[in-house]
Design a protein around this ligand. Structure first.
Ligand code: HEM
Length: 724
């Protein structure tokens, strides 16, 4: 709509003044009776008209119209302006905006919305007004002539909302800083309700209030949550994340972190996001979980999902029928005398290989990493005993072993999953640790499937030549079983069998042996006592076998190695059973450094443990051998001391309840390889401690690494000397 003055304006003229221009060039001029740059703003008392009547009063404008307007007082003695028209009223909205010219405060802009009817029941319309006032305009003192005039002039821009162009412009305006004007002269005019700018301001205020209330609620919640835990013996938690933060901070020393809490309370509940881990160290609770109510505490879905990538559906990682079938086959194999005899030969052979490497290192004053050597020894042994293949990682040149490295990496990463809530996302995106895990699994699988292929080919070959030596190992037993189509045993099942036995047979035994060697270094009197037992044993056995012991010179490698070999022949399954102190040394090592330091179980149904602790379905209960071995309530005041004698009564080894000494677990899932493990460990330690003395390399730090097995983070660097 063109106003009356538009005919005098040049073609294409548009009027888009800024707030500052409106104040500086129009309102100021009007107030001081100077001419404006263009005279297109008429003087109209806008409160005498309804907003929709105003466009035709304007001199110029299409979608917005400008007016100079006087303001009247609402009440004779008040400073509030009268904003009523005949049919309605203008109502202020939002925060006033200060207008600056450079750094100088020159005016105020107020937004108003027109309501039809009378307050407070007026109906909001789309008519909007921006009222500009000079900063120095002050309400005139009330004149005695009875004039109701409030101040000289204000400049009003009127427009109707919902015009797209206007909305865009409005948005632009709203981007500018809104500096609230405190010294407002509107006499406490109420600022309420919508219009675009207004809605935004009110929205912002409401939003800020909401944030404030939310923050207060959260802080109160946290405070109450923390206060309610003042008597809790377990770790203090935070809402939602539970103890996850504390667990992450203490991740590298997690086992000792648990010792701290379990020594204060035999059962500790650790809330985690979406679940609770309950840790137990009380033998009565352990018996309940591992035996009495065994069916309620399976490995469970959570454990299975975390470990599946590595252990698949192998015996360690399944429940129910799948577990029962594997347990039956493996138990049968472990009970066989054939396997025991075969194992004794293999363990002796590999212990001798290890002795030869140590002897060589001792003659050349070379440092060795005992943990690495022991891992090689047990890997070679389990591959030979378990799968009938020779992999030769303990060869004198100690060949690089990709499989072992990949296996360790995978083991570390799957353990991390238990406290890393982001692992599924990382796995989905194949980034970070999960990407490394993926690569490691490929290396592991390549090795494992090649073992299976080799063994299958050997079995075929043996069959063709009617050789019946094929049945001494566990893998062959499973391969044979797989030939029955009803067994559903695929190559993938065989892969899982192999990997489960690798973790069972290699890592556990090598780790225990490493800690035992470390204990010998840390407790010289124990090493000496063991040495005496072994010397006596050697002499007794030689007499029994009616052989004379070879003379040897510890400076002569040939005679030294011959004597080592002669001693090894005296070590049989039966004769090793007589070495009670040796048995006690290994068991005491396992008490303080159990190869499986904690072992979680799922919970099928809500239950109450014997000490009254309630556990909820879907959570986890973990018995903690590492803590259990260090608890005074389990072992007396000297619980933390390394004392093999605690296992001996009149020189004979006395076992403890498997629910108190839990290194091999207990109940229906007790370790199947316990005897085999003792056989290998006793064989190795007998040879090592009879003929060698170990010294920790100066500055080498011995500490555990967080993975399912309690291996040493930096290995075990030692120097070796020979014993006479
Ligand atoms: C110091 C050596 C060993 C220790 C401390 C040890 C400890 C354990 C523990 C704590 C479990 C229970 C694991 C779980 O529930 O996830 C277990 C299970 C098992 N162990 Fe051992 N183990 C050792 C050596 C061996 C060896 C050498 C073998 C076999 C070659 C073996 C075979 C098994 C098997 C098959 C199971 C699974 C039992 C089942 O779930 O039914 N272990 N072992």
């Amino acid at each position: 709509m063109d106003g009356k003055g538009s005919s005098q304006l040049p073609p294409g003229f548009r009027f888009h003044p800024t707030d500052e221009e409106l104040i500086m060039y129009y309102l100021k001029n009007q107030a001081t009776s100077k001419p404006c740059p263009v005279s297109i703003i008429p003087e109209v008392d806008i409160y005498k008209f309804e907003p929709w009547e105003l466009p035709e009063k304007a001199e110029f404008g299409e979608n917005e119209w400008y007016f100079f307007s006087p303001r009247d007082r609402k009440y004779p003695n008040g400073a509030r302006p009268n904003r009523a028209t005949v049919s309605g009223y203008w109502k202020a909205t939002g925060t006033d905006k200060a207008i600056y010219s450079g750094a100088k405060y020159v005016g105020v802009k107020k937004a108003l919305v027109f309501y039809k009817g009378r307050p407070p029941k007026g109906i909001k319309t789309d008519w909007i007004m921006h009222e500009y006032r000079l900063s120095d305009s002050r309400p005139r003192p009330k004149k005695h002539n009875g004039s109701m005039r409030l101040d000289d002039w204000v400049l009003c821009r009127i427009y109707k909302k919902k015009h797209v162009g206007r909305i865009l412009e409005e948005k632009e305006e709203n981007l500018g800083p809104q500096i609230p004007v405190t010294n407002s002269d509107d006499g406490g005019e109420q600022h309420q309700s919508p219009e675009m700018e207004e809605e935004r301001s009110i929205g912002t205020a409401g939003y800020n209030m909401g944030i404030l209330m939310l923050a207060c609620t959260v802080l109160t919640w946290i405070a109450i949550h923390r206060w309610s835990q003042r008597h809790t013996k377990g770790p203090k938690t935070w809402p939602l994340v539970g103890a996850a933060i504390e667990q992450l901070i203490n991740y590298d020393r997690m086992h000792d972190w648990l010792v701290k809490y379990l020594s204060k309370s035999r059962t500790v509940a650790v809330p985690m996001p979406f679940t609770t881990y309950t840790y137990i160290a009380d033998p009565a609770n352990v018996e309940h979980v591992l035996k009495t109510n065994f069916a309620n505490y399976p490995k469970g879905e959570v454990y299975h999902s975390y470990m599946e990538v590595l252990l698949g559906d192998g015996i360690f990682n399944v429940d129910g029928e799948l577990w029962r079938r594997q347990r039956k086959t493996a138990s049968f194999e472990f009970a066989s005398k054939n396997l025991r005899d075969f194992s004794t030969i293999v363990f002796r052979e590999y212990s001798l290989k290890l002795s030869a490497i140590l002897s060589e290192a001792s003659f050349h004053n070379r440092e060795v990493d005992m943990q690495d050597l022991l891992m090689r020894m047990t890997l070679d042994s389990i591959c030979k005993v378990g799968f009938g293949v020779e992999i030769g990682t303990l060869a004198p040149n100690l060949p690089e072993n990709c499989f072992a490295r990949a296996f360790d990496t995978a083991n570390i990463i799957v353990t991390l999953r238990f406290i890393d809530p982001l692992w599924k996302i990382k796995k989905f995106l194949n980034v970070g640790s999960e990407s490394l895990l993926d690569k490691s699994i490929k290396v592991i699988d390549d090795f494992t499937y090649s073992v299976i292929r080799t063994r299958k080919a050997e079995i075929d070959q043996a069959r063709k030549s009617h050789d019946d030596k094929i049945k001494h190992d566990i893998l062959s037993r499973f391969i044979e079983l797989g030939e029955n189509p009803e067994s559903n045993l695929t190559d993938k099942s065989l892969r899982d069998v192999v990997l489960n036995f690798v973790i069972a047979g290699r890592d556990t035994t090598a780790t225990t042996l490493s800690w035992a060697v470390y204990m010998m270094m840390a407790h010289a009197h124990v090493a000496d006592k063991l040495y005496s037992e072994l010397k006596t044993f050697e002499e007794d056995r030689a007499k029994e076998d009616k052989i004379s012991l070879l003379h040897y010179d510890i400076e002569d490698s040939k005679s030294f190695n011959q004597r080592v070999t002669q001693f090894a022949r005296l070590l049989t399954y039966d004769s090793l059973g007589r070495l009670h102190y040796l048995h006690a040394v290994i068991t005491e090592t396992l008490r303080l450094y159990p190869a499986v330091p904690q072992d979680p179980k799922g919970i099928l149904e809500d239950d109450v443990l014997p000490d009254g602790t309630r556990v909820k379905a879907g959570g986890m209960v973990t018995y903690v051998p590492y803590s259990m071995g260090r608890m005074e309530y389990n072992w007396g005041p000297d619980a933390t001391l390394f004392k093999p004698e605690r296992w001996l009564k009149e020189g004979f080894f006395q076992n403890a309840s498997p629910f108190k000494f839990t290194a091999f677990q207990a109940g229906p899932r007790i370790c199947l390889g316990k005897d085999s493990a003792y056989l290998q460990m006793k064989m190795a330690i007998a040879l090592l401690c009879r003929f060698f003395k170990f010294n920790l390399v100066q500055g080498h730090i011995v500490k555990y690494r967080m993975m399912t097995i309690l291996s040493m983070a930096n290995g075990l660097k030692v120097t070796v000397s020979r014993r006479s």
